[in-house]
Each structure stands twice: as C-alpha cells, then as structure tokens.
Design a protein around this ligand. Structure first.
Ligand code: MRU
Length: 352
C-alpha cells in the first residue's frame, strides 16, 4: 500500500503523493517538486482531506524554499512569505492548511539569526516531518478513544472520506471503524457516495475494502431510508474546521446527514484532531465555505449531465450546528456534550 503522501530524500528532496483523482481504478503517485505543482494538487483534490492538506502544505513550503542557499537569510524570508501566501490560497475551508503553514512560519522564526539558509531549511523539513508524524499518532489515538463508542454488531454510516487518504494514515472517522474492527467488533459501514465528487464511493469504499471491513455503498439520498430501516446505530464523520462553540464544517451533505440522524434518534459523532479546531471563530457562521467549479455538477467525470447555461450552486462544505453533534472525538479524548466550555477545556490548552 502506498502512503498517502511522503517526503522523498533529504532537504533537497520532494513531496510524493497518491493522486486521489485517479482512485479507485488507478493507484499512482505524483511528484511535487515545486509550489505550483503542490498548490495544483491541493486545489484539484489530488491530495484532499483536512489533515492531509495541512501535511502537503508543510512539505510544499520545503520544496518552495529550495535553491536559495546562497541568497542569504533576507531572501529566504521573502521567499518563505511568498510560498506561504501561495499555499494558503489553494483552499479556504480546512483550517489544518493554515495551522500547518503557521507552524512552518513559526519554526523559521525560531532559527538563530546567524544560522545558514540550509540550516533553516533543515529545520523546516524537520517541522514538516513532525506535523506528519503527529498526525499519524493523533489518528491512532482518535481511533482508540472513538472505538469505545461503537458496539459489536452495529451499523454505522459515514459521509465523504475521513480515512487514511485524508490524513497521514488511518484516518479520523474511519479510524473508529478500523480500531473497533481490530478490537474484534463486527461493524457494518454504510458509505454515502458523496456527491458531486464521490469521495465516499471512490475513496472510502476503496479504503474499507482494502482493510477488510464490511461496507455497503449508498447514494446520498438513501441515507434516510437506511436509517428508517434500522440499519444504522451511529453516524461518524470527519471535519474541516470546528469553531469554538462546536459548529463543524465538513463535506457538503454532512449537515443533512446530521439532521436525519437527529430525526431517527441516532448519535452523530465528529472525529477530528485538535489541529482542525479554530477557536478564533465563535461559531460556524464565520467559517469560509469553498465554492467550486459548477462543472463538477454539470460535467461530473467527463459527461455532461445538465443543460448548457443552467445556474449552479456548488458549495464544497456545509456547517453542522453543535446541537446536532453528540460528541467530538479528538486525540485527547471525547468531548461530550459539545459545549464551548468543554471544547475550551480539552483543546484550548496545549497540555493534553
Ligand atoms: O473536499 P475534500 O475531499 O477535501 O473534503 C474532505 C472532507 O470533507 C473530510 O471529511 C474532512 O476533511 C475530514 S478528513 C479527515
């Protein structure tokens, strides 16, 4: 199994990542040797999912500051600024992108004024590797905390892809299923296909198959019926940004699933690392929602499916209000009930 993304070589190396637009029929990597290629990969969802975007951006900084060892620290600072700006403009909603870029900037700022450019680049690569490694650890911890919420024999439903492909590996929402499965619990996962770009059908269904987990693919519009038939006892999704009050942005359609879960008295859980919280935003109303190309709806996967000239609205994310979320599972534990106070206590401090 190829890693979702990894750094190849030393400080003059490059970022390699699975091109997720080709899955599930082709498993192939692309090599990012400059910032433009990295930004394009993020923008066109070759790498996607909040934590993976953050990790890719951190490595993107490392490729962006190559080739300026002789130019001096002032030139490096200027380059770093430009590279961070370019990467920050690739996608607006997942806060992990900005969180990772801020960490990279801070790490450069901590380097001694007399340090050589190459030493600063080494420090930046070390920071990117730490972000990557931390995410790997956080996903495992999320899986362990969250698996306790799932019982043997349950049906669970997920939306979009919050698995290994969206993170360093193992995932956030899917980590609960993987961890429960490893603990010997039999669970059956209903996978929303996730219109319009089919992250559920193309990526989640593929990942679950790879790991030998029972899964059934459904169209998004079938979730209500599946719940009504009593097939689902819990819903688990990931998150792209969680505001201080617990309002959660995630893939478009998530809010609808949360409403359906509430209507059927099914617990709705969000699984996300602390890097996905944005405590600077009081509520979900302030979360920027990415608007994507109308062609994703009218010409999905190369075939025209709507008349020329039709008006299209294509927000990539929606916001689920905190009141619909039973608990948020992060690497530090389970936040339940989802209140500003509990989030502040769990996430606001740097200590676990
Ligand atoms: O547009 P995408 O595919 O990047 O959207 C991804 C999601 O919405 C995921 O559910 C979210 O980032 C959580 S990933 C662990």
């Amino acid at each position: 199994m190829l890693p979702t993304l990894h750094w190849v070589g030393d400080v003059d190396g490059h970022l390699s990542l699975i091109d997720q637009t080709l899955l599930p029929t082709e498993l192939r990597s692309i090599e990012c040797r400059d910032v433009a290629t990295t930004c394009e990969a993020i923008r066109s969802l070759r790498v996607r999912g909040a934590p993976a975007i953050g990790i890719a951006a951190a490595y993107g900084v490392c490729v962006g500051v190559q080739g300026c060892d002789a130019a001096g620290r002032a030139a490096l600072a200027e380059r770093l600024d430009a590279v961070v700006k370019e990467l920050a403009s690739s996608r607006p909603t997942a806060v992990n992108l900005f969180w990772a870029l801020e960490r990279m900037r801070r790490r450069a700022g901590q380097c001694n004024a007399s340090a050589a450019v190459r030493d600063v680049r080494e420090a930046l690569l070390a920071e990117a590797r730490e972000i990557h490694e931390e995410d790997r650890r956080m996903c495992r911890q999320i899986g362990e905390h969250g698996a306790r919420l799932l019982a043997d024999g349950q049906g669970v439903l997920t939306h979009c892809n919050a698995g290994g492909l969206a993170t360093a590996d193992y995932g956030t929402a899917l980590a609960l299923f993987f961890s429960a499965h490893e603990a010997g619990k039999r669970i059956h996962v209903y996978v929303d296909e996730t219109r319009p770009l089919l992250q559920g059908a193309r990526l989640t269904a593929w990942e679950l198959q790879q790991r030998g987990i029972d899964a059934t693919l459904i169209c998004d519009s079938m979730a209500a019926q599946v719940m009504r038939e009593g097939k689902v006892q819990a819903v688990v999704t990931g998150a792209d940004r969680i505001a201080a009050n617990g309002d959660t942005a995630n893939k478009i359609g998530t809010y609808g699933v949360a409403v359906l879960a509430a209507a059927h008295d099914i617990p709705f859980y969000v699984a996300a690392p602390t890097s996905t919280f944005d405590l600077s935003l009081a509520s979900g109303d302030q979360i920027p929602i990415e608007q994507r190309d109308p062609k994703e709806i009218t010409h999905g996967f190369g075939r025209q499916t709507a008349p020329d000239g039709i008006a299209v609205y294509n927000p990539a994310f929606d916001v689920t209000p905190a009141r619909l979320i039973r608990a948020i599972i992060c690497e530090r534990g389970v936040i339940e009930p989802v209140t500003e106070q509990r989030i502040g206590r769990m996430v606001g401090s740097s200590a676990p």
